[in-house]
Write a protein of this length. Structure first.
Length: 134
């Protein structure tokens, strides 16, 4: 951000406003700090894979987040549950599930298709994580 500086009649600079610099390196698409509910609502495939290397590690780390939230407030837990089912990750999973049913295929065969970003392992992990909300 660069200040808009105007020189007064006495020759002293006067700061009027601040606006983004045209040469700013600030990335507006970069993730910003969010609360736990927003975190569940914005969950995507990259967030899933960042939780761990194995399906078990991902499940454990996700469950820790849920347990901490539930201990803090059951109402927050319910909000997180609602947010999870509206997250980009879950909606992609749901889309692949519907396509598999409509084409009489399997989720594993859908995962092999290059048009779908979720792998077979991702699909099984998401199903497990969704079960944690029950």
């Amino acid at each position: 951000y660069t200040p808009i500086v105007v020189t007064s009649q006495s020759g002293k600079p006067v700061l009027h406003d601040v606006r983004p610099s045209s040469q700013s390196n600030f990335d507006r698409s970069a993730k910003r700090t969010v609360g736990p509910i927003e975190e569940f609502g914005r969950f995507d495939v990259n967030d899933l894979r960042a939780l761990g290397k194995s399906e078990e590690e991902i499940r454990t780390n996700f469950q820790k987040k849920l347990t901490a939230l539930r201990q803090e407030s059951f109402l927050l837990y319910l909000d997180a549950r609602f947010a999870w089912y509206g997250s980009p990750l879950f909606l992609q999973y749901e889309k692949q599930l519907v396509e598999a049913v409509n084409t009489h295929g399997t989720l594993d065969s859908q995962a092999v298709d290059n048009n779908h970003p979720l792998s077979a392992e991702d699909i099984h992990t998401i199903a497990e994580l969704s079960g944690l909300f029950q």
